[in-house]
Design a protein around this ligand. Structure first.
Ligand code: AMP
Ligand code: GLY
Length: 425
């Protein structure tokens, strides 16, 4: 069996690592991959924006299954094009991926199907922004409609600031064409939760819950990032709340999409704010989260090849997913300066010593080979992942491993899962 994984981040390394454990002993290819993935799969260069190139790659490799990591090829229609040629592929169609690609579409979809979300207004120009602002009080969230690589959400403290940010988005200065439409949203207070579900278009099954840490600095300070660490623990979500989310969010999305002629197949990432008024959807992503996936797959006991196959070709069933009860944690090590400008090419040391810590796996993200050395090549560089008898044991192992890794300018948060650990002692 041959499997092609598309992507190059920590999420894709975790997918490759888990797919390799399959009883089907698959031969794995990854495009483009990274230095860590290269130890576990054959890496091939590819431009994920170029669907023709991906089709040519598939023609050469003849994969039995393709698994797509990032949103970009999904929103460009990679699934539609592969399926048109009879290739089995894990991920939603271009139309279904609209749930992530357009925040305005996602908000209107939620309104049509009474899915709980923040009050909002969609604005096309300054006049509409002014009119909408009169309906809001307190802090206001301004979101660019399109994909903006984590830079499309700004929280404003006043109407003046909101109006300024919205104008900057609408005149394309802040996030380019992604800001052609903006969504204004009421600010929600609470704890965030990443609730990921799998769907084959009909059946929906939840993955174990996880929590991301989006801000760059300890104590949730500094700018937003792609995610500086995550953990997965069953105590994030009790069974009553899980059922509530399945019945009020996950099923309505999948059933709603089906009723509108756009069946949703793949993983649906539901980003939630757990507010005093109940859970509210912040966003949908049409792909696995990064770094949530590193923590979630660490707990998966099922055969990921069988899981992805069942999603891609239909036929998911309730006993498809089995999980370890042990919590897991992923601590991201990033380049100095991230999420702003950073330098690449720094030599990384201590990787073997880090992986020698029991229960630890180091997933690579922005890494590359330079001769015999492994060097940094991106903002988020590594995801040091560990499990343990409880969250505090998992965190202790992950941080023991983190401390063995060195590169010039490296930064990481020292408080991943910390509030959860201290509140449970
Ligand atoms: P999004 O891409 O929509 O998930 O937004 C990115 C981040 O902005 C979220 O993970 C939250 O931390 C924050 N955020 C988004 N929408 C809201 C909201 N309505 N209220 C408070 N925070 C928000
Ligand atoms: N960790 C957040 C995301 O994958 O979008």
């Amino acid at each position: 069996m041959r499997i092609l994984v598309l992507g190059s981040g920590g999420r894709e390394h975790a997918l490759v690592w888990k797919l390799r454990q399959s009883a089907h002993a698959p031969e794995i290819f990854c495009a483009p991959g990274n230095a860590g993935i290269a130890y576990e799969a054959t890496c091939l260069s590819a431009d994920l924006k170029n669907i023709d190139e991906l089709l040519q790659l598939a023609h050469k490799i003849e994969p039995d299954l393709t698994v797509v990591g990032p949103e970009l090829p999904l929103t460009l229609g990679v699934v539609d094009e592969f399926e048109r040629r009879g290739l089995r592929i894990f991920g939603p169609s271009q139309k279904a991926a609209h749930l992530e690609a357009s925040k305005a579409y996602a908000k209107e979809f939620m309104q049509r199907f009474q899915i709980p979300t923040a009050h909002y207004a969609i604005c096309r120009n300054g006049a509409e922004v002014q009119q909408a602002l009169s309906l809001f009080s307190g802090r206001i969230v301004i979101k660019a409609d399109g994909l903006a690589a984590g830079k499309g959400v700004v929280i404003a403290n006043s109407k003046e600031e909101a109006s300024h940010v919205a104008a900057q988005m609408l005149n394309r200065r802040l996030v380019g064409d992604a800001g052609a439409l903006v969504v204004l949203e009421e600010f929600l207070e609470g704890e965030e939760l990443s609730f990921l579900v799998l769907s084959d278009g009909n059946t929906v099954l939840p993955l174990v819950p996880s929590r991301d840490h989006k801000r760059v600095g300890d104590g949730d300070t500094g700018p937003n990032t792609g995610g500086m660490g995550a953990y997965s623990d069953d105590r994030l979500l009790d069974s009553t709340m899980r059922e509530w989310l399945m019945n009020h969010v996950a099923h309505p999305v999948v059933d709603g999409m089906k009723s509108e002629g756009v069946p949703y197949k793949g993983v649906l990432y539901i980003g939630l704010m757990m507010t005093a008024r109940g859970p509210m959807v912040l966003e949908f992503n049409c792909r696995f989260g990064d770094p949530e996936t590193q923590a979630v797959l660490f707990r998966m006991e099922s055969d990921l090849v069988e899981v992805c196959d069942a999603v891609a070709q239909g036929g998911m069933h309730a006993d498809l997913l089995r999980w370890s009860a042990q919590p897991s944690i992923c601590v991201v090590i990033a380049s100095g300066g991230y999420p702003g400008a950073f330098t690449s090419g720094q030599e990384i040391s201590g990787l073997d010593a880090a992986e020698a810590v029991p229960g630890v796996k180091v997933f690579h993200a922005g890494t590359a080979h330079s001769g015999e050395k492994i060097v940094t090549s991106g903002g988020r560089v590594l995801g040091v992942t560990a499990s343990g008898a409880d969250l505090s044991a998992a965190a202790a192992r992950a941080y023991e491993a983190v401390e063995k890794i060195r590169f010039e300018g490296m930064q990481y948060r020292s408080d991943i899962a910390k509030t959860a650990v201290s509140s449970r002692q």
